[in-house]
Write a protein that binds this ligand. Structure first.
Ligand code: G1P
Length: 271
């Protein structure tokens, strides 16, 4: 069973300026609820028990959101508002599940994952990228079911327009396992149109094996000088580690760009 999840949260959020000049993007409200809570709800409903947040000193406000509870206590003492009590209980529940580690230099997703090395105890763990919201169906839960069936790593996937391939990790399709699941042959981080093996993109949900840490330790920076998780995954695939692409059935919302963030609010409001 997958019981541990990690969430890289040290990203700078430049695509959401001015909203992110002092405020972490993951705390921005999406239809009246901070974005990070959608991700936490997905984890909890998928049976995750422990979550590691990878933050930076600049993102300290995320830790405060779960730890600084004197305002809640004061209000609840004064006035027993059931809505506030319910919200406070939710914060307390998540506080107990979350551990914080730090990535103070934005050296890439692979580097963020490496910071969690000593806390991962199981053979496989879940990673969620908080810019990627998936609504209407719990994608992590579906991926955990696939993992339980095939005992392998899994990545969420969608088809993207060919002209946008350089925005994503793009993979080459292998054998079809069943309707929504395929073996991945190769994966390339943000390829040019001419180098892209397909228009199938990896979206921010990954079930990764603990052995990925041994690849990350020696990994050289890739695209844009960053350590990418995609490159470590490709190295494992080349050593015959099985990775499955799961074409999820939920709706994908990209909250990391201003356009996507605005659209997410509208989509969730009407759903
Ligand atoms: C990251 C991954 C990329 C993946 C994308 C999904 O990119 O590196 O492979 O396709 O998330 O959102 P980023 O969004 O950090 O640029």
């Amino acid at each position: 069973m997958i019981k541990q999840a990690i969430i890289p949260l040290a990203g700078l959020g430049t695509r959401l300026l001015p909203l992110t000049s002092i405020f972490p993007k993951e705390l921005l409200p999406i239809n009246g609820k901070p974005g990070i809570e959608y991700i936490l709800d997905e984890c909890a409903n998928a049976g995750i028990k422990k979550i590691i947040f990878i933050i930076s000193k600049k993102k300290q406000m995320i830790k405060d959101y779960f730890y600084k509870d004197s305002f809640y206590k004061k209000i609840i003492k004064k006035k027993k508002d059931p809505r506030v009590i319910k919200e406070y209980k939710k914060i307390l529940k998540y506080k107990k599940m979350i551990k914080f580690v730090y990535q103070n230099k934005p050296l890439g997703t692979g580097d963020a994952v490496l910071k969690t090395k000593k806390y991962i105890t199981d053979d496989f763990f879940l990673m969620l990228l908080p810019d990627d919201l998936i609504i209407k169906k719990n994608c992590s839960k579906s991926m955990i079911n696939i993992h339980n069936r095939y005992k392998s790593s899994v990545m969420a996937s969608i088809n993207v327009p060919k002209k946008t391939v350089s925005r994503w990790g793009i993979y080459k399709l292998g054998k079809k396992l069943n309707k929504n699941n395929y073996i991945i042959k190769d994966v390339i981080e943000k390829p040019s149109i001419s180098k892209a093996p397909s228009n199938k993109a990896v979206i921010g949900r990954y079930i990764l094996p603990k052995k990925i840490f041994s690849r990350l330790i020696n990994q050289k920076p890739g695209k844009g000088g960053e350590i990418h998780i995609t490159d470590a995954i490709q190295s494992l695939i080349q050593s015959n580690e099985k990775f499955i692409a799961h074409n999820f059935t939920g709706k994908y919302l990209d909250c990391g760009s201003m356009n996507g963030y605005i659209k997410s609010t509208l989509e969730i409001a009407k759903s």
